[in-house]
Design a protein around this ligand. Structure first.
Ligand code: KIV
Length: 259
């Protein structure tokens, strides 16, 4: 069974952590069998499975349902579930109740919240025994405030702010951190500074692990995919082969390409 302690030891040993999003039982079994370390039931489910144009409409019921589906097939992978927009920002007690549903009813091991402003919530949940993953950089739940899906933490001051926010989340008890769509040197500085595992998406090779949206990694999503995503089906002739290729590429450092 992969635990947060397993992932922290992997970071310390320099072994890269392979993560993918996952939304159903069959894929959970396939990904876990291929050696994916972390399965994230992302609120991206509302885009890739439900066909919406953003993650903002994802509901708790939906997240609990998909988390429970994934939990039945997740094997030894660590299972993380997204707290959807509106489920944790306003009230820490509500956040606890919603995290409890994802863990108690859905079977998640850890929940994920977006943004530096969630630090208090991270502290509240962590103090009550809940494993929390932070998410900084491009936080899709703040799409409108950010003005679109754009690279974040550009420039020295913004990279410094990213590092400060990451430190604060760790101090508040975050057990893991996702950094999305930030310049590779900024993400590498976060990974070097923090003791918790830092998982990158469009954030370069200096992170402790990588994550992609499954439908981007398999070229399944009909909408636009981010420029950093690689479709592993283009060089494999089966889904199993593509997922094995992704895991090997992350573990050997071939993905993402340096530079
Ligand atoms: O919802 C999601 O799929 C995510 C990943 C992009 C990290 O948060």
């Amino acid at each position: 069974m992969k635990t947060v302690q397993t992932l922290t030891k992997m970071k310390q040993a320099g072994e890269k952590i392979a993560c993918l999003t996952c939304y159903d039982f069959s894929f959970a079994r396939l990904l876990a069998d291929a050696g994916v370390d972390v399965l994230l039931v992302g609120d991206s489910v509302d885009m890739v499975a439900a066909g919406k144009t953003s993650t903002l409409g994802a509901a708790m019921e939906q997240m609990v349902y998909h988390t429970a589906c994934v939990a039945r097939g997740s094997g030894s992978a660590l299972l993380v579930a997204d707290m959807p927009f509106g489920s944790y920002e306003a009230d820490n007690k509500d956040a606890f109740g919603n995290a409890r549903r994802l863990i108690g009813d859905g079977g998640a091991h850890m929940v994920k919240v977006e943004g530096a402003a969630a630090a208090d919530c991270v502290e509240f949940l962590s103090a009550r025994g809940i494993l929390v993953c932070g998410h900084l950089g491009l936080t899709p739940q703040h799409l409108h405030r950010l003005g679109g899906y754009k690279t974040q933490a550009r420039g020295e001051a913004a990279a410094g702010q990213l590092l400060q926010d990451a430190r604060r989340l760790q101090e508040c008890g975050a057990a893991m951190l996702v950094v999305e769509c930030v310049p590779p040197p900024a993400a590498a500085a976060v990974a070097e500074t923090l003791t918790i595992p830092v998982i990158g998406i469009g954030a370069g090779a200096g992170c402790d692990g990588q994550i992609l949206v499954l439908h981007d990694a398999l070229g399944l999503y009909p909408g636009p995919s981010p420029a950093f995503a690689v479709n592993f089906m283009q060089r494999n002739n089966s889904i199993r082969g593509a997922v094995n290729d992704y895991v090997t590429s992350v573990k050997t450092g071939a993905f993402p390409p340096a530079g």
